[in-house]
Design a protein around this ligand. Structure first.
Ligand SMILES: Cc1cc2nc3c(=O)[nH]c(=O)nc-3n(C[C@H](O)[C@H](O)[C@H](O)COP(=O)(O)OP(=O)(O)OC[C@H]3O[C@@H](n4cnc5c(N)ncnc54)[C@H](O)[C@@H]3O)c2cc1C
Length: 495
């Protein structure tokens, strides 16, 4: 099959859909001028609300769950303004699950006491130490991992700390692993400390409502599912349609504008890989070099449902501080189940943050646990081992008798999904995320693709809300606006 359109969009995640919806609603193009090619058999990409696996009548967002950074989050602000309340009503459908941290560790019965251990104070001190260090050490070569920076802090300041404080200082910073989805020995300390722009609102209604909202303006027949793109040809001659896009199943789309919204993990693949994209002619070297200097994290989720609630319902979440590691331990791919407490974990008290869909009281309850790579990758491959790993850790939060087994276990599959391959962009030690975002967002005049008719969208191209739904959303809108502004001008697809 071959089709000729004005705009082709690769990827039906939130960024690709937003680009299409914005064009349809605001430009001279109609839905017939646009086609979206999606590799998978479903729409939404990393927004995925599972409404069928629960035995308790709950739904679970296996991708994004929160509106992060509410003070600057465009989606949050839109709904907060009162618009489209039928889609998402902040006061009814959202919940700020940010009661003070309730932390647990292997050798302690009951929660860790802040008053006794000052663990929160020490985390803040290490974060400030990291921030100040990188104000003086500006070059990429001087970057260090979070683990190295904690060692440096202790080398310098352990004389000021009590034995108990040193114990927590050695491991508590590993909480950042659950934000970035990767272990602290790989994570760039320079970029690991998040400057939150406001609180984080839990989306208790399910993120699929945002996808359905976008789909109101995009006729389904404009989205071709199970159409993985394998080749992008740029014709630099003055032919009518200057770009052609080929899928694995033989569809060819000719277009004037192309928005590539596939995840970074796909963009960085060699074209020889089964799921890589061949660029003809190849992508500029500046871009391929930039893609080597940014990585993909592996945040995952494990859901356990129980026929009774045996934890403290007054808490929003339970944080597990990992056991002390050997100073030279490296966290590579796991070939067997690690010992419990090897990695930090956060268990969300889902029963408290999410009311039951049909409004009746649930008979049981559930916990949603966040994990990071390499543990996520292992548990996603071996979901039946998840309970063995977490049972001893969760026993610490029990305030009533804990059941022997959960009634349901659900794990995410992001790392083994060949069209996602992880969770979102993250920054390894020595990476250069600024260059990658300049190359991909085309926002800086004269740099990379600033005047090319091939555009890039997605969380990894965001200059605000990086890694997040709101960043992906804004990147789709950015590229739709660019096309509207440049439509009809004589421009080339990448130089
Ligand atoms: C476990 C997890 C938890 C998260 N939690 C949060 C959170 O709480 N809050 C938040 O804001 N963000 C969160 N995120 C991040 C958020 O989900 C993403 O930033 C956002 O959904 C990405 O949207 P996107 O459009 O950039 O990419 P995607 O949604 O990945 O869309 C890209 C699409 O491209 C398709 N594709 C890939 N290759 C091809 C190909 N060759 N041809 C055609 N199509 C292709 C993919 O199938 C996919 O549908 C989380 C992500 C994960 C995985």
């Amino acid at each position: 099959m071959s089709q000729s359109v004005e705009v082709c969009i690769i990827g039906a995640g939130v960024s690709g859909l937003k680009a299409a919806q914005h064009l349809i609603k605001n430009s001279k193009y109609s839905a017939e001028d646009i086609v979206i090619l999606e590799a998978q058999d479903r729409i939404g990409g990393r927004l995925y609300t599972d409404r069928t696996s629960s035995k308790l009548g709950y739904s679970y967002d296996l991708g994004a769950s929160w509106f992060h950074d509410c003070l600057t989050n465009v989606l949050f602000q839109h709904f907060y303004s009162g618009e489209d309340n039928d889609v998402f009503d902040i006061s009814k459908d959202g919940y700020f699950d940010d009661k003070p941290e309730c932390m647990f560790e292997k050798d302690l019965t009951g929660p860790v006491s802040e008053a006794k251990t000052k663990v929160g104070t020490i985390i803040h001190d290490i974060e400030k130490f990291i921030e100040l260090y990188f104000l003086e050490h500006l070059s990429l070569e001087e970057d260090k991992s979070v683990k190295e920076m904690v060692d440096l802090y202790l080398l310098k300041y352990s004389k000021l700390l009590t034995e108990e404080e040193i114990k927590y200082a050695k491991v508590a910073m590993r909480y950042v692993e659950l934000w970035h989805g990767v272990s602290w020995d790989k994570l760039s300390a320079r970029y690991s400390i998040l400057q939150h722009q406001g609180r984080n609102l839990f989306n208790a209604k399910g993120y699929d409502v945002i996808i359905d909202w976008l789909l109101k303006d995009i006729p389904r027949e404009r989205i071709l599912l199970e159409s993985p793109v394998s080749k992008i040809n740029r014709h630099v001659s003055n032919s009518d349609k200057r770009i052609s896009v080929e899928t694995k199943n033989g569809t060819v789309i000719h277009c004037n504008y192309l928005v590539v919204s596939v995840p970074l993990s796909i963009l960085s693949l060699e074209s020889s890989s089964d799921y890589g994209i061949t660029w003809e002619p190849p992508l500029p070297e500046t871009m391929t070099a930039a893609l080597q200097k940014i990585h993909f994290g592996g945040l995952g989720k494990v859901v356990f449902e129980f026929d009774s609630i045996w934890w403290d319902m007054n808490q929003d979440r339970f944080s597990m501080i990992p056991k002390l590691t050997q100073s030279n331990e490296i966290f590579e791919e796991l070939t067997s189940l690690p010992e419990p407490w090897s990695y930090p974990a956060t268990a969300i008290n889902y029963s408290a943050v999410r009311s039951k869909q049909d409004g009746t009281a649930a008979k049981g309850g559930s916990l949603v646990i966040l994990t990071q790579s390499p543990l996520s990758n292992y548990l996603e491959k071996h979901p039946h081992e998840a309970w063995t790993y977490f049972k001893p850790m969760l026993s610490k939060i029990a305030v009533k008798e804990m059941p022997n087994e959960p009634i349901t276990t659900i794990t995410t599959e992001w790392s083994s999904n060949p069209y996602i391959r992880g969770a979102y962009g993250t920054i390894f030690t020595g990476d250069d995320p600024v260059n990658a975002s300049i190359q991909l967002s085309g926002q800086v005049p004269g740099a990379g693709i600033s005047s090319s008719t091939i555009r890039f969208a997605g969380e990894h191209t965001a200059t605000e809300g990086e890694g997040c739904v709101n960043g992906a959303w804004m990147s789709g809108e950015r590229e739709a606006n660019w096309i509207m502004e440049h439509a009809g001008k004589s421009l080339k697809p990448l130089l």
